[in-house]
Design a protein around this ligand. Structure first.
Ligand code: GLN
Length: 486
């Protein structure tokens, strides 16, 4: 059963080939036997899952099956789940049981999905390798000595190893797309404002966006249709009708104009990744697309701009963790100041502290204009580049990640090298555009991802491109040997 996509499982459930309970039991067994090696889950919620599965079966029997009825999923541990630990990968929230469900959690549950657990992640979603988690690194199922990418590395590894057919992720600078690329799955970051951020623990509020991670574009479409939509509890969530993202998946690509920014194909790019990207482009050309050379002159500034803006917002968002209201509190505080200081020093890990320091500095009086304001201006230039490009082309493509999955520990002492992992993904967040990563090759036993960027609210179009590609190729069906048929 774990070899099937969500779409196939949906059909199997409808035919009565298996019940939601049987599905949940199968995947829970896989998680319990295989995850000790991967470490992709922080919490397994078997009991709740079985109760949800029984409720799904009962709803189907009454003729009230929602679109996701009985489909097993997992949530990145950044989403609040009522009564269940919501740690955000941090010691700070290790003891935090959320008193409510995030909108995304609520919406997927309303569709009938069954939640098997909460997945591992970089602490407060800061990282590209899942090594900053308080719960230890996640391993890449394609090679257990390598990272799965981050920060949604737990969701990516769990889906790649077929411990769960799909999972949620969040993407602030690449955290859905980069781990999707490094583990050979499909992941979509929607347009900023398309999916509610309510109940999703904030990292950098002007960049954070939740999205689906699954083994195919069709599965991402199914999940996004349920996740998206207006939410009055998030003032940045856009009030605009939600498309049926599954409706246009098969549309022919005839006449599609694909922009290839020269900045996404630097001379230093790994030749094998460039080759896989070009092979994917040739397949799309065969289906009627035309390739257009373009330039996004300001995107080279996206990593430096991001590493001012994201830490600035993080330093503000993380000020709420003070040891008073919820989360970690140090033992035996001497006085109030000691409690603030030690609760934060002991509760946060090194990367989170680095970001708080950088962000506080960038926002401080006298430096604000030089750093934060300057970065915001660069951000506008980057958005303008994309706006101009989309006057000429329908989608923009390139590699998702400059590298294949790297070794555990290979970059953990060098933050700047780690930050470059998102060199092709960050500009999209700064501009607020939708983008996905789809598998487009396997090199030396490691998957390669290709990125498809769309214009604002054109999630349907990039899913269409990815789905057509997946109808003609089988890269998305390739699976790691890990996990076999247990
Ligand atoms: N790797 C980037 C960072 O460390 C992006 C993380 C993300 O998208 N959450 O900030």
């Amino acid at each position: 059963m774990h070899r099937k996509t969500l779409t196939e499982l949906q059909a199997g459930l409808a035919r009565g080939d298996y019940s939601a309970r049987e599905l949940a039991e199968h995947f829970i067994k896989r998680i319990q036997s295989l995850d000790p090696e991967l470490n992709s889950f922080i919490s397994i919620t078997a009991e709740q899952a079985l109760a949800q599965a029984d409720a799904a079966d009962a709803a189907r029997a009454r003729g009230e099956a929602g679109p996701l009825n009985g489909l097993p999923i997992a949530h990145k541990d950044i989403f609040c789940t009522r009564g269940v630990r919501t740690s955000c990968g941090s010691r700070m929230l290790d003891n935090f049981n959320a008193p409510y469900d995030a909108t995304v959690v609520e919406k997927l549950q309303a569709g009938g999905a069954v939640v098997l657990g909460k997945t591992n992640m970089d602490e407060f979603a800061m990282g590209s390798s899942n090594e900053t988690s308080y719960y230890g690194p996640v391993k890449n199922p394609w090679d257990l000595t390598r990272v799965p990418g981050g920060s949604s590395g737990g969701s990516a590894a769990a889906v790649a190893a077929r411990l769960v057919p799909a999972a949620t992720g969040t993407d602030t600078g690449g955290s859905i797309r980069q781990p999707a690329a490094l583990t050979g799955i499909t992941g979509l970051k929607p347009t900023y404002g398309r999916v509610s951020r309510w109940g999703m623990i904030a990292f950098a509020s002007s960049l954070d966006q939740a999205g689906p991670m699954a083994t195919s574009a069709a599965d991402c479409a199914l999940l996004l249709s349920a996740m998206a939509g207006h939410d009055p509890r998030d003032s940045t969530c856009v009030d605009r009708p939600v498309d049926n993202y599954s409706a246009d998946l098969d549309k022919p690509l005839t006449g599609l104009r694909i922009g290839l920014p020269k900045e996404f194909f630097p001379a230093t790019l790994d030749g094998r990744i460039a080759d896989s990207t070009h092979a994917a482009l040739r397949e799309l050309e065969k289906q009627g697309a035309t390739l257009v050379d373009i330039s996004l002159p300001s995107v080279d500034l996206s990593v430096p701009a991001y590493y001012v803006i994201a830490p600035a917002e993080a330093s503000s968002n993380l000020s709420r963790f003070d040891g008073v209201r919820y989360g970690y509190r140090c033992n035996d505080p001497q006085d109030l100041e000691d409690m603030f200081k030690r609760s934060r020093s002991e509760g946060f890990g090194a990367e989170v502290k680095r970001r708080i320091l950088v962000g506080t500095y960038a926002l401080s009086h006298g430096y604000y204009d030089a750093y934060y304001l300057k970065a915001q201006k660069v951000r506008r230039l980057i958005s303008d580049d994309f706006v101009r490009a989309f006057e000429q082309v329908d989608v923009i493509m390139g590699p998702t990640s400059p590298e294949l999955a790297f070794g555990l520990g290979a970059k953990s002492d060098d933050p700047v090298t780690m930050y470059m992992a998102d060199v092709f993904t960050i500009a999209v967040n700064l501009a607020g555009l939708p983008a996905l990563s789809m598998p487009a090759g396997v090199i030396d036993g490691l998957p390669v991802g290709v990125q498809v960027i769309g214009n604002y609210f054109r999630e349907g179009q990039i899913l269409n491109v990815a789905h057509r590609f997946q109808q003609a190729t089988d890269w998305h069906q390739q699976q790691p040997a890990f996990g076999g048929d247990a």
